[in-house]
Design a protein around this ligand. Structure first.
Ligand code: ATP
Length: 255
């Protein structure tokens, strides 16, 4: 089978004297779950930031559904069907859960959230459509009953799910989750694994950046390991776990 959704070739990015990504190449099959792991500072979040257009790469190609997105602006990358969540959940405390799940779509819509109430019927129709789609996302992550609640009432696990719902409202085909399990209790991690499987069954392709090894091992078909910006291993979880380069990179940590 060679049904590739994302094909990254020779991706490099430096910040001053730090080579955060060093000629990184790999591809992801449609409908797969892959984990991107590596010690602190390995370049994992930089990879997400470069693929989503937050940072332009110094060199390399990012082929997504046949188009090279390298250097494209973030809002255009999002419109191509690439979504992400953030390591530190970036939610608006002044908005309720549903409004937070709507935020991504408002940035691309013609009418701002606050102006909608005073504007034309077409803007109100658009507002309703976005609201309905955000509600569908909340149903998908199991938070529909929380829709009217202020964000401040939610525990960390649910806030992270609002971040996932927000990304889903953008209707991505490819979703990158940046440390989704960090700070979650065991039962919340179990629910997260189930959610990821559900999303894959709906046709999404997922890349997870994580440090939680049991979570990674239970979830991923493939694991890619970065160290000091370079890919040092790629393969099935059990194979990567016993790879000598990986063990050395994590020296002193449990893999
Ligand atoms: P962690 O697991 O700790 O989140 P990571 O693998 O996600 O780490 P990155 O955050 O991608 O690593 O960082 C890779 C390197 O690039 C680090 O040395 C970091 O300090 C540096 N870096 C990342 N973003 C920037 C930036 N915007 N400006 C300067 N240096 C940066």
């Amino acid at each position: 089978m060679n049904d590739i959704l994302l094909d990254v070739r020779g991706l490099s990015k430096h910040f001053g004297g730090i080579l955060a990504l060093n000629e990184v190449s790999f591809s992801l099959e449609k409908g797969s779950v892959t984990s991107l792991i590596g010690p602190n500072g390995a370049g994992k979040t930089t990879f997400i930031n470069v693929v989503t257009g937050i940072h332009a790469p110094d060199s390399g190609e990012i082929h997504f559904q046949g188009e090279d997105l390298a250097g494209m602006e973030a809002h255009l990358v999002a419109s191509k069907g690439i979504g992400r969540t953030f390591q530190l959940v970036e939610l608006f405390s002044s908005l309720n859960v549903l409004e937070n799940a709507m935020v991504g779509r408002h940035s691309e819509s013609h009418s701002g959230m606050l102006s909608c109430g005073f504007s034309l019927p077409s803007a109100r129709k658009e507002e309703k459509r976005i609201r309905d789609e955000a509600m569908e996302s909340l149903i998908m992550v199991g938070l529909e009953k929380r829709a009217p609640d202020p964000i401040s009432k939610l525990p960390l696990g649910e806030r992270k799910l609002v971040g996932v719902a927000r990304a889903l409202t953008m209707k991505p085909r490819f979703l990158m989750l940046d440390e989704p399990a960090g700070g979650l209790a065991a039962h919340e991690i179990k629910n997260l694994v189930e959610l990821i499987h559900q999303l894959v069954s709906k046709g999404l392709t997922i890349l997870v950046v994580e440090h939680n090894m049991p979570f990674i091992m239970s979830l991923s078909e493939k694991v890619i390991v970065l160290n000091e910006g370079a890919k040092i291993a790629e393969g099935p979880p059990q194979e990567v776990r016993t790879n000598e380069k990986v063990i050395k990179a994590y020296l002193g940590e449990e893999v």
